[in-house]
Ligand binder design. Sequence first.
Ligand SMILES: NC(=O)c1ccc[n+]([C@@H]2O[C@H](COP(=O)([O-])OP(=O)(O)OC[C@H]3O[C@@H](n4cnc5c(N)ncnc54)[C@H](OP(=O)(O)O)[C@@H]3O)[C@@H](O)[C@H]2O)c1
Length: 317
Amino acid sequence: MTRIGTSDLDIFPLSLGGNVFGWTADRDASFAVLDAFAEGGGDFIDTADAYSAWVPGNSGGESETIIGEWLAARKPEGVVVATKVSQHPDFAGLAAANVRRAAEASLGRLGVDAIDLYYAHFDDESVPLEETVGAFGELVADGLVRHVAVSNYTAERIRGWIGIADRLGVARPVAVQPHYNLVHRNTVEETIIPVAQEFDLGLVPYYSLASGFLTGKYRTTDASGQSSPRAQGAAKYATEQGLRVIDALQEIGDAHGASIAATSLAWLRAQPTVVAPIASARTVEQVPDLLAGARLELTADEVAHLSSISEWTPANA
Ligand SMILES: NC(=O)c1ccc[n+]([C@@H]2O[C@H](COP(=O)([O-])OP(=O)(O)OC[C@H]3O[C@@H](n4cnc5c(N)ncnc54)[C@H](OP(=O)(O)O)[C@@H]3O)[C@@H](O)[C@H]2O)c1
């Protein structure tokens, strides 16, 4: 188990991504994925109030509703649910009144008394940061939220948030959720990890599998023959350099009897401040690789080898 930053949240070190629920996984498939994850030891679920508003016919909140129904049906012990505010069509942005109303709506859909981990999904520079920080602080003080977190914020704005929280005497964020994986490293390693180290924030990377590319199933940048709605976003990484990463993952994974996906998740877990990569599964068959990624320990040499052949280039190189 792994503790998220300075919080009291002890979690299995792989978070199940919830943006598939109500999108590429219907209610039954979502229940099956959640069951398989929980049976395999998983207890940390990531969602957002906006999931999956982009699907024709959806209005947002579908993922939270499915997770809430699953929680009510299964009553699992000790499951930690993270959700987010700012992107739901009816609750856009981070003005104080909106944050409160969005949190109440999320609580209703999830059917819980408090949100374990509540993220500001994307920065909203149209609202004074002090107003947003105060709103999150009040949710914690009132018991609607256990811990605060930020996603897609720059290091400078995270520092700003923490400075204001200290000045107001409200809860600091305990976690940060950036886009981070073996083929997307620069900004996170140069700016976000240092701030996470300084303030003891737990890093919870999203797109941990590069939308599926880091499972090894895309070998060409031409996604025209692929049925998955993620194919375009994933196949773009299948360049010569990207495929060298896949080959290295395969070789190292083979030495452990592990898949490419599990090995790529293990590399992420080995990075400073990372507490739990987030990855989603559309089917039950995809879940074991995610669970294995939470348990596989790579050697320091293997981690260094993967780092050296992946796309990251230091800014000063
Ligand atoms: N904070 C943010 O702004 C933000 C943004 C994006 C995502 N997120 C969070 O991060 C989570 C993860 O992101 P993501 O789901 O978009 O991307 P991801 O985890 O990088 O990719 C997951 C996809 O890879 C494929 N896959 C998973 N396991 C597989 C396996 N064993 N074998 C073959 N294919 C496999 C599935 O897609 P197929 O359907 O193609 O099989 C699955 O949906 C989301 O659910 C969400 O909770 C947060």
